[in-house]
Write a protein that binds this ligand. Sequence first.
Ligand code: GLN
Length: 460
Amino acid sequence: QYLDAIAKTDSTVNSYITVDGEQALAQARAVDARIAAGETLGPLAGVPLAIKDNICTAGTRTTAGSQILRDYVPTFDATAVSRLRGAGAVFLGKTNMDEFGMGSSTENSSYQPTRNPWDSERVPGGSSGGSAAAVAAHECAAALGSDTGGSIRQPAHFCGIVGLKPTYGRVSRYGLISYASSLDCIGPMAHTVEDAALLLNSIAGGDTHDATSSGRPAVDYAAGLAPALAAGGSRPLAGKRIGLVSQTLGEGVAPAIDAAVRAAARHLESLGATVEEVSLPTFGQGLPAYYVLALSEASSNLSRYDGVRYGARSPAAADLASLFAGSRAEGLGGEVKRRILMGTYALSAGYYDAYYKRAQQVRTLVQQEMVAALAEGRCDALLSPVAPSAAYRLGEKSSDPLAMYKGDLMTVNVNLAGLPALVLPAGFVPEGGAELPIGLQLVGRAFDEAGLLGLGYAYE
Ligand code: GLN
């Protein structure tokens, strides 16, 4: 059914870079055989998923949206993928993305732009735009995305689905093609909070292959949702305190988004929660700090693409230096090159203190301020929009990188702080003759994905 949906709609939506129908059917038949044999099945047995193309899948091409990896077929699964495989999931294919995760609209893919299923003239968001569009267009049951500065959450908002960026370290990064290692997170994108919880159940937990993954035991994120809601009666969120981040409302935010987030706050109150405005004075400093740090880390991570060890190699090279230069010139796209240059500059000897070190200091302040707002006795979660606008038109921001970067204002601080954040569909807003979906963002305490999902489940 999902392969039929892909055949029917993906020539317009372009969610997938690679569809592997034969593999998906073979996996589905294997599940059937296990059912016939009376075997016990994993929790995701037969569930057809899409995987963002920067997450390694053994035997299936993994490009990260880049030409330099156009023929790269990993010999191994990312830990998140091997865990989904172990749970019985079926893999339909690999989804489109901004090259190496660098972008907010999926227009920086070197393969194709993905179109928003709600309005094909508009972007699906990014960089996990392919995964978001595939879920929204029912071309998969759910998907994995990755989030370095908002790449799960902003496309979830643009496409009207649920997206969860877990706490840094909750899900192993092993096999996730690195963009900015201190910020990168894998997480679920789905139709409902419960589906997101079911995916998280499979992928969460420590991993000896990723030294930054946490050994804290993962809990069952799905089992408690319905009982907690039922036990709460008509006020399931009684006792919960939600902070509405004042810096994310008002000026610079589309009035319809501002209104929708305030309406969501009232809905949360009607469920028993207390909502109060919270001020985060360093809020606006996060975006410039993020772009210094993410690009610095990227410039280091992407030095591995030299045309020698793996990836595309320039055919014309006469010597080693021109092999490196030619392979990178031919294999990497314009935005990736811009970011490598900026990151290299920020890390260079004369500028390190002024940019990289300063940005790290800002990161600490942003983190401390968010963690303090989320301390016991203060807020259980912080509520804000996901982005200042709903989905914009293809081409509207692609020639203006700064305008594109500014759209990440409300998501990047969460990555700087390493906290979990959940995006929930929050209705539709009128925009240029279209009705576009929007989301709201709830940021939680570190490793409190269960609390965050509980809030989302009640809200939903
Ligand atoms: N849009 C942000 C960037 O370009 C975030 C991307 C991401 O989360 N991968 O860096």
